[in-house]
Design a protein around this ligand. Structure first.
Ligand code: MN
Length: 208
């Protein structure tokens, strides 16, 4: 079954002034579309067509590099669009807010650690907030279009928040200033969406 590109869940200019319209259009309509197209081309006519994207990612070491790069690209961008909102920002509440405080002491400390991971990723990749198999939160980063669902990941878990640190995600507006892009990101994070992913992640962890 072929994968499809969903429209952005908001207008391409809805995240202004934090993320600009041109970047959002190019990022979604061209970059994300290319991952979907190339993923479909890579699995066409093979047994891989019979698997869900999460199944492919969980066993990605068995599959060709184009499936890893484009399957990761498709999953990662779907997650990214859906944790952003024109009404984002503020603070996490409920169980997620409590878990962040428990793990990092405060939201500010968590943001500092996440920023270090996002800045520290050399070249292209992603920074993640994830839930591990003990239901604990952790921060990690992955190269290229890898993610923590992949069996090849250094630290495996269920990602609930992700930040794209490829230059295509920020170069038009922020040029080389990745730290400014990361600071801007927090104005857009939809903590309710992240909370939903966090609650769902805890539900599917075997030990929960
Ligand atoms: Mn991207």
């Amino acid at each position: 079954m072929a994968f499809t590109l969903e429209p952005l869940p908001y207008a391409s200019d809805a995240l202004e002034p934090h993320f600009d319209k041109a970047t959002m259009e190019i990022h979604h309509d061209r970059h994300h579309q290319a991952y979907v197209t190339n993923l479909n081309n890579a699995i066409a006519g093979t047994e891989m067509e019979g698997h869900s994207l999460k199944e492919l990612l969980a066993n990605i070491s068995k599959y060709p590099a184009p499936v890893r790069n484009n399957g990761g690209g498709h999953f990662n961008h779907d997650l990214f669009w859906n944790i952003l909102s024109p009404n984002g920002g503020g603070e996490p509440a409920s169980t997620l807010g409590a878990a962040i405080d428990e793990t990092w002491g405060s939201l500010a400390n968590f943001k500092d650690e996440f920023k270090k991971a996002a800045i520290g990723r050399f070249g292209s990749g992603w920074a993640w907030l994830c839930v591990n198999d003990q239901e604990k939160l952790f921060i990690t980063s992955t190269p290229n279009q890898d993610n923590p669902l992949m069996d090849v990941a250094d630290k495996k878990g269920i990602p609930v928040l992700g930040l794209d640190v490829w230059e295509h995600a920020y170069y038009l507006k922020f040029q080389n200033k990745r730290p400014d892009y990361i600071d801007s990101f927090w104005n857009l994070v939809d903590w309710e969406a992240v909370q939903k992913s966090y609650s769902n992640a805890k539900r599917v962890i075997p030990n929960a």
